[in-house]
Design a protein around this ligand. Structure first.
Ligand code: 5AD
Ligand code: SF4
Length: 500
């Protein structure tokens, strides 16, 4: 009988990709994926440390497993990723039934760690060096685990895939744990990335999403001194046959260079979508956050984006209730959101992270109630801006890559015939419309008729599929096996929450 694997993933797209790599390598060891933890021989949690809430979720999931593991001592329980790297052996003290603690930079060792637990019944720790534990080179090496094994069933959908172009982060924003749990910033060789994109396209992927905590800081230095930036990389992979769309997340405001914006404008497959977190609209706060820019710089950068890529949709992240954020500072953030015309913003209440500079230097002095209120207020402002942006699109016909059934039609089994489908535009707008399931994975023209703050609603315009001859319209949508499609739909996720 084949061995079974259960994996639960929390956190950003980088974690989703890591889980894909883990599943890929364990499948090669004969494991089969199951969606029931109780059916599994190996139960894994791929974790996030960016906010306390994400960690609490994992510790309580581990707590629920304790009695089960006592009854089934041969099952292997593993904690992977950011929380593993951050809490290390503390995890074993808080949850002694855990067998494996494996950091972000050590995931390639997982098959070996599982085998070791099964043989010796002793807990295994695989961690990278802390940033001060060795020379930069030593720490870099301890995080390197570029594993090209991929597993299509773990992708956001069969025709969309993440591609890591760099790991780590060197920005050290004072609130952020990422530089310690994901290590030093390292860009992957362009040839490796291009080969992976080719492989994904051969497997049926139409959209590749390039990932980096600060993706626009990408720079690969060759031994002879040549350098390749993100703009060069976009050009390099642009003509990969089969690839229709290229996205990249998440951008750091200071590195939003003109050459990158020009590449976005010039290269038709590159999505005109820029996720560039501002985090705050107040210079005092930005300074305490050590974001390395002022709000004036950020506004100028936005203007530059709009001048060079006039149709770009721009989105942002904000942290409310950061240490020392006064009502006046918060109002400056509100002003920025009112004016900046973001497509959407992800808003988070500040969560102190042990091990970060902010936690060491500043008091978490904004009460939870005020954080909550500011979060709601900022969200309400952003929602008004998003609604206005969406309403401007009513009457337009947009190109939508169909991702699958909409959330509503997933909840209500609607039987045969047209279903509510959902997909995204080149500017990352979510569009819901009625259509046959065979459109999943296709690019269709949709005429926008209605809008809410979150979604555009429309009708498929005639012609349905772009770039495909009319007589092929009645063919099944993709060559992707049905089982894979179903698996992938179960794993569908919301974007984006990565770094930046
Ligand atoms: N508290 C709250 N939000 C945070 N983020 C990062 N660190 C923290 C923290 N300590 C947010 C930032 C970042 C997003 C991925 O998570 O807005 O852009
Ligand atoms: Fe790096 Fe983004 Fe975290 Fe800043 S917020 S340290 S840029 S991952």
């Amino acid at each position: 009988m084949s061995k079974k694997l259960y994996i639960e993933t929390v956190g950003c797209q980088m974690n989703v990709l890591d889980s894909e790599l883990v599943v890929g390598s364990l499948r090669r060891q004969g494991y089969q994926l199951t969606h029931e933890a109780t059916e599994a021989d190996v139960i894994l949690f791929n974790t996030c440390s960016v906010r306390q809430h994400a960690e609490d979720k994992i510790y309580s999931a581990l707590g629920r497993l304790r009695a089960y593991k006592r009854r089934h001592p041969n099952k292997v329980v593993g904690v992977l990723g950011c929380m593993a790297q951050k809490d290390q052996d503390l995890i074993l003290r808080r949850a002694p039934h855990v067998d494996i603690v494996c950091g972000t930079g050590q995931l390639a060792r997982l098959p070996e760690l599982i085998a070791e637990v099964q043989e010796t019944h002793t807990p295994q720790l695989a961690l990278s060096l802390d940033r001060k534990e060795g020379s930069r080179l030593e720490v870099e090496h301890s995080f390197e685990s570029y594993d090209p094994l991929r597993d299509p069933s773990m992708r956001p959908s069969p025709f969309q895939a993440y591609v890591r172009i760099m790991i780590g982060c060197d920005k050290f924003c004072t609130y952020c744990i990422v530089p310690s749990v994901r290590g030093p910033e390292q860009s992957r060789p362009p040839e490796h990335i291009a080969a992976e994109v080719r492989q994904l396209a051969d497997e049926g992927c139409k959209e590749v999403i390039l990932l980096g905590q600060t993706v626009n800081s990408y720079e690969f230095k060759y031994a002879d001194g040549r350098r390749e930036r993100l703009s060069d990389l976009l050009l390099r992979i642009h003509d990969t046959p089969g690839v229709e769309r290229i996205k990249f997340i998440t951008n750091f405001p200071r590195d939003m260079s003109d050459d990158l914006l020009d590449a976005v404008r010039a290269l038709p497959k590159v999505c005109e979508y820029l996720h560039v977190p501002a985090q705050s609209g107040c210079n005092d706060v930005l300074k305490r956050m050590k974001r390395l820019y002022t709000v004036e710089f950020y506004r100028d950068m936005l203007q530059r984006c709009r001048e060079r890529v006039p149709d770009a949709a721009i989105s942002s992240d904000f942290i409310v209730g950061f240490c020392g954020e006064t009502e006046a500072s918060f109002q400056r953030t509100c002003d920025l959101v009112r004016e900046a015309d973001f497509k959407n913003s992800f808003i988070f209440k500040y969560s102190p992270r042990p091990g970060t500079k902010a936690d060491e230097l500043f008091a978490d002095d904004v009460p939870e109630e005020i954080k909550k209120r500011r979060n709601n207020d900022l969200l309400a402002i952003q929602n008004r801006v998003s609604l206005a942006d969406h309403r401007r699109r009513i009457g337009q016909t947009v190109e939508v890559l169909v991702e699958g059934p909409s959330k509503t039609s997933l909840k209500h089994e609607t039987g045969p015939g047209p279903k509510q489908l959902t997909g995204r535009t080149m500017t990352d707008h979510i569009v819901v419309f009625e259509g046959n399931e065979r459109l999943i994975g296709q690019t269709v023209q949709v005429r926008i008729e209605e809008a809410t703050a979150f979604t555009l609603f429309g009708t498929v315009a005639t012609g349905e599929r772009i770039g495909v001859e009319a007589e092929r319209l009645s063919e099944p949508a993709t060559s992707i096996p049905e089982t894979l499609l179903q698996e992938a739909l179960k794993n569908r996720l919301e974007l984006p929450l990565l770094g930046g």
